[in-house]
Design a binder for this molecule. Structure first.
Ligand code: SF4
Length: 613
């Protein structure tokens, strides 16, 4: 086998034992790696109906056939588990040196099961796995944990993935951080790791990775490296994703004050252009990435002088306009605290914005907040609330549950402005002014997500009326989801996608050159559909119902009040029409279920067997 090791390391924390399992080539080629292989292993290893924060819910780390090769942007891994936020499949990607270490240690996948009796960390030293006490690491953020573990192992090459204090306290949207500043951010994978009392996974991987056709791979990759310096990636290299701020603001798609507005009067001041001019310290990249989209900003003066922090569009929108905040230093400080506590910035911003609206409408008072005026625009309150969520302190304990649970507890009509789909807080695209994205958020298999259902690209395409819901959007959303599933399984960064002229032709060739496994463009295309049906099958097994594919009441009742899309709103009838259209495009039943025969058609006999017990 080339590139792949064909090995999965299974670690049982309850018994502090490990075993190796074979991953046959047929399984690897069917699900490829990343999110696809991770979901397949989750389906096999988890107990149906398991509580997400119980020992019966495994957390799966998966590499890919391209990781560790010279393929640009492929140094990534996926984390897959049952999400404590949604109760459905939770999958999240991270990147850089830890991803490479996992592969170089000789594993295509790492499955953590059970629950330790006291806090532990793992040290995977190629073939040897050490269980170490971790009480002394509690309370540390990812950077400090990494430093401490490197000191203990005496080796700076050791790579560490860890949870912060938020994961220790089971904040339902806690993330898993690696290489200090990379995160598997969404769906609460860090809370699952925390529930297992696993603080960190350190890896020293020293094995070589061989590819099937080195010369052939070099040629194709040289071309990709060259294209990665062209206009195909210019936006990411020049301004990073904060370049989206002004574009989305102009389109009335920049969620502001908890989606009460869709454009922000302070957009200029937090734009990628302004950040580059006034705050940029340097540009960095994940391992093996020639694009380098990561922009590090420095605060020059004021209470946060000296603070350096990276910001992407999603963090910027969630801790900025969504909370009515225009202070860049405060946004950077809040982002730094999210990193320290190890909590997802989108969900954190979504929860604080929900609470700010509750405060302004009188459902939360200064009695609940210990005197904190939790109003939109109060940047000191934003920073303080991130701390309280990370510590589960006072009202922060309520917000640590996510907007769906928090609003169900607080009631008083606050469900109206709990902006989530299936429990996952929505990212920074207003669905009322992007109707294909509205469909994507509603049917998203991990909840409302622009990365798994990137249909904002449809809405922004020439010739598409983004304010209109039309038949045909179901198929367009399906195609976007399947394409994303291929990228997330290969795993390639989405920011390199425009460097391919014929993606399926070129990517299938890359895969074959690296692994030696024959993969045609049509095969690779089918992988995307297979992975999304697999995720759907998992969700159905875990209790998904038709009613889960929906959006919060605000999207139907509160038109966008100003800007280019003034008056835009969704109607229940148009969302229902698009959902029906989407189920049809997927070949699912009118209730959104997978009919008998569909899994067979996608050559998923292994999944049929697993589902039939
Ligand atoms: S483009 Fe950005 S996110 Fe993607 S691999 Fe490169 S640095 Fe990482």
């Amino acid at each position: 086998m080339y590139s792949y090791s064909g090995k999965c390391l299974v670690v049982d924390l309850t018994t502090q034992s490990t075993r190796l399992e074979e991953l046959p080539e047929s399984l690897l080629s069917s699900y490829v790696g990343g999110v696809g292989l991770g979901t397949r292993l989750l389906l096999e290893k988890s107990t149906p109906g398991a509580e997400p924060l119980s020992p019966d819910n495994p957390v799966v780390f998966v590499s890919s056939g391209l990781a560790g090769t010279m393929v640009p942007t492929a140094s990534k891994h996926a984390v897959v588990t049952k999400s404590p936020l949604t109760g459905l499949v939770g999958d999240s990607l991270s990147s850089s040196h830890w991803s490479l270490a996992l592969k170089r240690a000789g594993y295509d996948a790492l499955i953590i099961t059970g629950m330790a009796s006291s806090w532990v960390s793992l040290f995977i030293d190629d073939d040897i796995v050490h269980f170490r006490k971790a009480d002394h690491l509690l309370g540390k953020g990812s950077s400090q944990t990494e430093e401490a573990i490197r000191r203990e192992t005496g080796d700076n090459r050791v790579r560490v993935a860890s949870i912060g204090p938020g994961g220790e306290r089971l904040v339902r949207y806690a993330c898993i951080s690696n290489d200090s500043n990379r995160q598997a951010g969404r769906t609460g994978t860090g809370a699952v790791m925390g529930s297992k009392r696993l603080k960190a996974i350190a890896i020293r991987g020293t094995k070589p990775i061989s590819v099937w056709d080195l010369d052939g791979l070099q040629k194709v990759c040289a071309d990709l490296y060259a294209k990665a310096q062209t206009s195909a990636t210019e936006k990411y290299r020049m301004l990073g994703t904060p370049a989206n701020v002004l574009v989305l603001n102009r389109l009335s798609a920049l969620p502001t004050r908890n989606f009460q507005q869709a454009s922000f009067e302070g957009a200029e001041g937090i734009s990628g252009e302004h950040l580059a001019e006034c705050y940029l310290a340097k540009v960095t990249a994940c391992a093996s990435c020639p694009i380098a989209c990561e922009h590090l900003y420095r605060v020059q003066d004021g209470p946060y002088a000296g603070l350096e922090m990276m910001l992407d569009y999603e963090t910027l929108f969630a801790l900025g306009p969504l909370c009515g905040i225009s202070s860049v230093p405060a946004i950077l400080k809040a982002a730094e605290l999210c990193d320290f506590y190890g909590i997802d910035t989108i969900s954190t911003g979504g929860c604080i914005a929900w609470a700010m609206e509750c405060f302004e409408k009188g459902l939360l008072t200064t009695n609940d907040t210990r005197g904190l005026r939790l109003s939109f625009g109060n940047h000191d309150a934003l920073v303080e609330m991130v701390e309280r969520i990370g510590k589960r302190d006072g009202v922060g304990d309520l917000l640590a549950e996510g907007t769906r649970r928090a609003s169900a507890q607080l009631k008083g009509g606050s469900e109206h402005w709990a902006i989530h789909s299936k429990g996952l807080e929505l990212p920074g695209y207003d669905p009322r002014s992007m109707k294909t994205q509205a469909l994507g958020f509603a049917v998203g298999l991990r909840g409302g997500c622009h990365n798994r259902s990137p249909s904002y690209e449809v809405d922004m395409s020439p010739g598409v009326d983004r304010l209109k819901a039309e038949p045909g959007r179901g198929l367009l959303n399906k195609e976007k989801e399947d394409f994303a599933a291929v990228l997330d399984s290969l795993i390639l960064c989405k920011f390199i996608r425009r460097c391919f002229e014929d993606f399926f032709l070129e990517a299938s060739r890359l895969y074959t050159l690296a692994t030696g496994i024959n993969m045609s463009p049509a095969d690779l295309r089918q992988v995307g559909e297979r992975v999304n049906n697999l995720k759907k099958a998992f969700n159905i097994r875990e209790g998904w119902t038709h009613a889960d594919d929906w959006l919060p009441p605000r999207m139907f009742k509160d038109p966008i009040p100003s800007g280019e899309a003034k008056g835009a709103v969704l109607s229940e009838a148009e969302l229902r029409m698009m959902i029906d259209d989407y189920y049809k495009a997927r070949g699912w039943t009118a209730e959104g279920l997978i009919p008998p025969g569909k899994l067979k058609e996608l050559k998923m006999d292994d999944v049929i067997e697993l589902l039939n017990g």
